[in-house]
Design a protein around this ligand. Structure first.
Ligand code: MRU
Length: 329
């Protein structure tokens, strides 16, 4: 099943609830834009390309449910505020919003926004396949790839970016193994990346984030591939922990690659101009429902970090591979 899609029968957004994996596989239907906004905030749907599609489909729901122009505009503003960092969310909203604006009636606006959202859904799959085609050339038979967070099919509509590169290489007959970092505090690596790869029977070993230096030093890894939430003019913003792996990869002479669609590029801005989402202290004080730190401890919980271009060997996109010093970007 696709991670996120439009369900014709119920006229709703259908998505895999990623907060339930890997224990339960549950499908969620959002008929109203406020339900979808809640799902985005709670990371039931997450990952930059999937957020782009969620943004576009959110516009469709806003067209469907709003009873006035004001209410429609308010819903769009709420949708934009659901998460601040991944640029794809704004890209998806903008595309469907512009399409909707061309309609004269509510029905027409909804139809046009839906047509645009469906286009984006199909594009996401094609783009990821192309990223896989280009990126798989960088992998050799026998490689062990370290990855962080989840940049797989669960972060997109299907196939994935970083994991899409690995999937394509495997499809082409290369034996590739993966080391997945757990990705504290929300564990997208241990919950989602391992689950996804095991479904596809791609060998995966789970480590905690703090073990990456040890596995690199021991020669257990020879490539790092991650996704991106936003590629700005001075580097890449991605899940917290990415920067640490990039520094370690440089120290150990291991190539560090980023795989992302060009819809994740925002070359107008630099890193310090982008809001890095800070999430609730609860995510660190608790592990699931178990308290693991004093309830009132001061917490710092940024969801993303910034990796400068000089630590990145290549960026794999659907338009080809860009190599350092990234003159063509
Ligand atoms: O907070 P999340 O789970 O939405 O963060 C996701 C990531 O950081 C991914 O690495 C990124 O979106 C790329 S997904 C292809």
């Amino acid at each position: 099943m696709r991670t996120i899609d439009w369900d014709e029968d119920s006229a709703a957004v259908r998505l895999i609830d990623q907060t339930r994996l890997p224990i339960d596989y549950e499908v969620l239907y959002c008929e109203r834009v406020d339900e979808l906004i809640a799902a985005i905030k709670e990371l039931k749907v997450r990952g930059a390309p999937a957020l782009g599609v969620a943004g576009a489909l959110g516009v469709v729901l806003a067209c469907k449910t709003a009873t006035s122009k004001d209410e429609f505009e308010r819903s769009i503003e709420q949708l934009k505020k659901s998460r601040p960092t991944a640029v794809n969310l704004f890209y998806g909203i903008e595309r469907a919003y512009r399409a909707a604006k061309r309609g004269a009636t509510r029905d027409e606006r909804e139809r046009l926004a839906l047509a645009e959202a469906k286009k984006l859904i199909e594009e996401d799959i094609t783009v990821n396949r192309r990223i896989g085609d280009y990126g798989s050339e960088l992998l050799e038979d026998g490689d062990v790839v370290l990855t962080h967070c989840n940049a797989g099919r669960l972060a997109c509509v299907d196939w994935g970016t970083a994991l899409g590169v690995i999937r394509t290489a495997v499809l082409r007959g290369k034996h590739i193994e993966v080391i997945a970092c757990e990705t504290r505090p929300l564990n997208q690596g241990s919950r989602l990346t391992t689950w996804e790869l095991m479904q596809d029977k791609i060998p995966v070993t789970l480590i905690t984030d703090s073990m990456s230096a040890v596995v690199m030093r021991a020669g257990m890894v020879n490539r790092v591939i991650v996704g991106a939430d936003r590629i700005v003019k001075d580097g890449v913003i991605n899940k917290i922990g990415t920067y640490m792996h990039a520094i370690l990869a440089r120290e150990h002479g291991i190539p560090f690659y980023v795989a992302a669609p060009t819809s994740s590029f925002d070359l107008e801005h630099s890193c310090e101009e982008i809001e890095i989402e800070e999430r609730s202290p609860r995510e660190i004080i608790y592990c699931g429902n178990t308290q693991i730190a004093p309830a009132n401890v001061r917490v710092y919980n940024p969801a993303f970090d910034f990796t400068p271009f000089e630590l990145i060997e290549a960026i794999i996109t659907e338009k080809g591979i860009f190599r350092r010093p990234f003159k063509r970007i």
